[in-house]
Design a binder for this molecule. Structure first.
Ligand SMILES: Nc1ncnc2c1ncn2[C@@H]1O[C@H](COP(=O)(O)OP(=O)(O)OP(=O)(O)O)[C@@H](O)[C@H]1O
Ligand SMILES: [Mg+2]
Length: 252
């Protein structure tokens, strides 16, 4: 699959090569794309048949990004709400279950993907987990309109986290007093952080060609460095209610 024949701008086959074309002064996770036809990928969900997943290429890709550990998603979406079981390859033998979760999630959301992204795993700043053990990290989504940043929002809606944590059985090890930690992690960006991501977001969007309305996701690692994690066209991206900049449509 080449980017020339892939015109879904929310697919990493579109945005990643355009992003890498420029000299980017901020980190992005090392990434290997492993092509896999959607219908071939679905065969992994049928235990009675031999699947058509390119396991050898996936294993090599995990090594190339310095893993394990490695983070896995399709070119359009991850199974992040399943927690680490949905994306984290801690050891090579995790590949099968992570690929199954990724394919299953994308298929359930009617997302016809074209391949897998195998990515360097970045330990992100966080204080607690939700969604079956997913770290709720310091992440911000910047939106652009006509190439200029028009708004930005903390990535994790509080209500979704409350739903996730409150639906859990009362087991030891779950952090119930998460709200203070949430306020800390969701704290406003400093002026310096905002300026850094505003400039970087607009620069990245200039590299995207004809599309000017984007969401660009940034995540902060343990050292305080911000990584560009993901992109999507704005209209396909989740956006909080109450912000006048975009109607809250889609879920990306
Ligand atoms: N390389 C990585 N290392 C560690 N954690 C990661 C990495 N990439 C993503 N994550 C975590 O997983 C989450 C989901 O990743 P990502 O945004 O790539 O998936 P997505 O399904 O496309 O999400 P969205 O619905 O926002 O488009 C991120 O918000 C972040 O918390
Ligand atoms: Mg995405």
């Amino acid at each position: 699959m080449t980017e020339e024949i892939h015109y879904n701008p929310t697919s990493a086959y579109f945005w990643l090569p355009r992003l890498l074309r420029g000299s980017i002064p901020f980190p992005i996770p090392k990434t290997e794309m492993v092509d896999c036809d959607f219908w071939d990928a679905l065969t992994v969900l049928d235990s009675k048949k031999r699947d058509k997943i390119p396991w050898g290429k996936l294993e090599l890709a995990v090594e190339k990004v310095g893993g394990p550990p490695a983070f896995i998603k399709s070119d359009v979406a991850s199974a992040k709400h399943d927690g680490p079981k949905g994306y984290l390859v801690r050891k090579k033998s995790d590949l099968k279950s992570v690929i199954c979760a990724t394919v299953d999630h994308n298929a359930c959301c009617d997302l016809e993907f074209a391949g897998f992204m195998v990515r360097q795993f970045i330990p992100l700043e966080h204080r607690f987990c939700a969604f079956r053990g997913h770290p709720i990290a310091r992440e911000y989504r910047f939106f652009t309109k006509n190439g200029r940043v028009c708004c930005r929002h903390f990535y994790w809606p509080k209500a979704a986290i409350a739903d996730s944590i409150n639906s859990l059985p009362k087991m030891p090890g779950i952090k119930w007093d998460w709200e203070k930690d949430y306020e800390h992690i969701a704290r406003p960006l400093s002026d310096g952080e905002y300026e850094y991501m505003e400039v970087a977001t607009e620069r990245v969007v200039r590299q995207m060609g004809p599309y000017k309305d984007w969401s660009v996701d940034w995540a902060c690692d343990m050292n305080g460095d911000w990584w560009l994690i993901d992109m999507a066209i704005a209209q396909r991206s989740w956006h909080p209610h109450g912000c006048p900049e975009y109607p809250p449509v889609g879920n990306g």
